[in-house]
Design a protein. Structure first.
Length: 354
């Protein structure tokens, strides 16, 4: 498999990451809301392990770094690239945004509970522009912070590409490296976009690295998650150090995940993982709605059960709801509505490796 062929590993990896984020939310929400009280033994250890699953978002960033580098290099123009990204990101996000802001006040949802019209309008405007995340602004759709990073990365990638056409190679590399270092100092999690870009730009060398016998992604991926979670809990200084180490480990792990041919690759290529990969973006944005509904159902009808059974019931209720919502979103919004927009705009999708 070449570095530029369609990559089933990468698509399956998207599905795996979306599922891991879902599992983390199913664990963390009830913990924050006190379902367990003081009844959970070794609570700090369990919280650390489950919270480490949030670092699947860093793998999403590596996937974006890999794919966006490929797309930008193949796009006929920067404008074409950016319009493609808007059509990829905004339709599903806009749907979830509108639903959340329409129903949130009535459902007493977090920041929308009890807001007046002026505050509602301010939150609506800042969140629809994907400002919270990169900027210190109130975030209503809590998992959408990563889209703010994505949008910022698209802008950075376009600027880097334009510089690449204007400057000689050595000054270009120096400017991009300095800008990247500055951004990652203030936003350590953004370093993983660069890791994904490095794996793509290494081409066949990344393929060779990913198939090295000493790389065991089934062991190294959990190790990477634990390193990053420890770094998050040691922020800010510890986070920069940990994420710096994680950047290099992440490159090796990502190369093994994307280009490997062993048991993990076979798992990622299986039909359920490919399906999850196909719907992963919709699943990432819609699963909190299913999870919110699941929590309401469990607390209304099963609050007397032991906490572990409540948690299992929440998983059993929320997962099918999330899959149903995501499948509908994928079919109706990502494929049908976005495809119609592309045809109206006479815009061809940039060829992708996943």
């Amino acid at each position: 498999m070449s570095a530029t062929a369609y990559n089933r590993n990468l698509n399956g990896l998207r599905g795996l990451c979306a599922f891991l984020v879902f599992v983390r939310h199913v664990w963390a929400g009830p913990r924050l809301e006190g379902w367990w009280g003081d009844a959970l033994p070794h609570a700090a250890t369990w919280d650390f392990l489950f919270n480490s699953l949030q670092c699947a978002v860093e793998i999403f960033f590596m996937i974006s770094g890999f794919l966006i580098t490929a797309s930008l290099l193949r796009a006929p123009s920067a404008g074409h690239f950016l319009l493609n990204r808007v059509l990829r990101i905004y339709p599903v996000f806009l749907a979830t945004h509108l639903v959340l802001f329409a129903l949130g006040p009535a459902l007493h949802y977090k920041l929308l509970d009890g807001v007046d019209a002026a505050e509602w309008s301010r939150l609506f405007a800042t969140n629809i522009l994907l400002l919270p995340g990169v900027f210190d602004l109130p975030l209503v759709q809590t998992n959408a912070w990563s889209l703010s990073y994505e949008a910022a990365f698209y802008g950075f990638a376009v600027i880097a590409a334009v510089l690449g056409r204007q400057l000689p190679r050595q000054p270009q590399l120096i400017v991009v490296a300095l800008a990247t270092a500055g951004i990652c100092f203030f936003y350590p999690r953004a370093v993983f976009f660069g890791g994904g870009a490095v794996v793509y730009l290494l081409g066949e060398r990344a393929v060779a690295l990913g198939r090295s016998r000493w790389l065991a992604p089934a062991l190294l991926l959990p190790l990477l998650f634990l390193l990053l979670q420890a770094s998050i809990e040691a922020a800010p200084a510890g986070m920069r150090l940990g994420y710096g180490l994680g950047f290099f480990l992440g490159i090796a792990v990502f190369a093994a995940l994307v280009h490997g041919t062993g048991g993990v690759a076979r798992f990622l290529a299986r039909r359920p993982m490919q399906y999850l990969g196909n719907i992963s973006y919709s699943f990432y944005l819609w699963h909190p709605f299913a999870y919110f509904a699941g929590k309401k159902i469990v607390r209304a009808f099963a609050s007397g059960l032991p906490p572990l059974l409540q948690l299992a019931l929440l998983f059993v209720i929320a997962l099918p709801l999330a899959l149903a919502l995501s499948h509908a979103s994928w079919r109706l919004i990502e494929r049908r509505a976005t495809g119609l927009l592309r045809r109206r705009l006479q815009l061809q999708a940039v060829p992708s490796v996943a």
